[in-house]
Design a protein around this ligand. Structure first.
Ligand code: PLP
Length: 395
């Protein structure tokens, strides 16, 4: 017998986006040693964890040193104290969930890959593009057919369901990475109605929900009527609370969600109790602090600091009369490249002329060509200088 590898890995495109950016940046620095670069490409946070979280983490470390308060294995689906805190967070937006509809995870990336265990490989996955690259790659690895649904500025990068591109798994990311666009209630209702009518399941990525500031925009798919019979929501504390290195997320699978006579919540309990031994006690304690009033106040102070960066960039683009979306309710700004430039040409122009680094839209799918993403996670000083340089270059 010969071991047969998963040949679908050979179908993956090189993940060249960030590699290519790093190569170009390195080449520039070797030609211009010591040059100062303004990095607006990063998807990682830069502000430290807030005090409420740090206090809870310290306390949890001390618990682990105590005979009485020590914790060994944690429940596979998450500690009750955290699942209940998250259920309370949803209740504030009138979404009623029981704690056992919430599964604690080590982050959204892990879940976006692992959750595919619930679905047969013959299901097709529909991905609204431009998109976070992991959606496509995780489905290619699993050998699943991918239906690409391109979006563009004519629909504000918020497309409606397209009956001609039928699929079983529907990926929706709102607020979106990379475009920063956010679906409103009526738009999401169309997706929920479509999924219920077709028996599809929506995988709703809410990694950036805490950046929504406009009243009335939905933070969760479960704010939409009928979503409990057609959606799974994947969330993360990475961007909302600075947990990119600490690692914590959560996934909501309603008890009512069933397909083919099988209950998805029960299936996920079976999956978790087989494939993980839970997230560490210390990290879950730190995560629970995010949902206290003090934690919420502090994480929103940090988000406001990132939003100041967004404002500087948006004011600059407004003054230049450049089309863009995002920034207001998301940490990303997605702009149209000027003069019909391709996204890599615009990358080169910004690097060579004003030493600003962003992310070419083409890296998020073919329909991202001609667009460019700025992240607002950088330092205020660098963002201010980058905005000034951008204005001087394009005015
Ligand atoms: N989903 C989206 C849309 C993201 O942009 C990211 C990270 O950038 C993730 C998921 C992954 O988040 P995590 O750090 O929780 O794995």
């Amino acid at each position: 017998m010969m071991m047969i590898p998963n040949r679908h890995y050979a179908e993956l495109k090189d993940s060249y986006l960030f590699y290519h950016i790093a190569q170009k940046t390195k080449a520039y620095l070797s030609e211009h040693p010591g040059a100062k670069l303004y990095r607006l490409g990063i998807g990682d946070v830069t502000l430290p964890l807030c005090n409420a979280v740090i206090k809870a983490l310290h306390q949890a470390v001390d618990d682990q040193a105590s005979q009485e308060r020590f914790h060994g294995y944690m429940p596979e689906c998450g500690a009750d104290f955290l699942r209940e805190a998250i259920a309370g967070y949803y209740a504030q937006r009138n979404v009623q969930l029981s704690a056992d509809e919430i599964f604690v995870s080590s982050g959204a990336s892990d879940e976006l890959g692992d959750i595919l265990d619930l679905f047969d490989r013959s299901n097709a996955a529909m991905i609204i593009e431009p998109a976070y690259p992991a959606y496509v790659d995780a489905n290619i690895m699993a050998g699943r057919k991918i239906v690409h649904l391109p979006s563009d500025c004519s629909n504000g990068f918020l497309p409606e369901p397209d009956p001609s591109s039928e699929a079983d798994l529907l990926y929706i990311c709102s607020p979106n990475n990379p475009t920063g666009a956010v679906f409103d209630r009526a738009q999401l209702q169309k997706w929920v109605d479509y999924a219920n009518a077709h028996g599809s399941i929506i995988l709703f990525d809410a990694a950036y929900e805490a950046f929504i500031e406009q009243p009335g925009l939905p933070h969760s798919i479960f704010e939409i009527e009928g979503a409990k019979t057609c959606a799974i929501e994947i969330c993360s504390l990475s961007k909302t609370a600075g947990f990119t290195g600490t690692r914590l997320g959560y996934t909501v699978i309603p008890k009512k969600l069933a397909r083919g006579g099988m209950n998805m919540n029960d299936m996920w309990v079976r999956n978790r109790t087989t494939k993980t031994n839970g997230v560490s006690y210390i990290i879950q304690k730190g995560g629970a602090a995010v949902f206290t009033p003090e934690g919420q106040r502090e994480i929103h102070q940090n988000i406001q600091l990132y939003k100041q960066n967004a404002k500087m960039l948006m004011q600059t683009l407004d003054a230049l009369n450049v089309w863009y979306c995002g920034g207001k309710n998301a940490p990303y700004i997605w702009m149209k490249c000027p003069d019909g430039l391709g996204s890599w040409d615009f990358f080169d122009l910004l690097l060579n002329r004003i030493q600003v680094i962003g992310t070419p839209g083409e890296g998020f799918g073919a329909c991202g060509e001609g667009y460019f993403r700025f992240s607002t996670f950088g330092s205020p000083e660098d963002t201010k200088e980058a905005a000034k340089r951008l204005y001087e270059l394009l005015k």
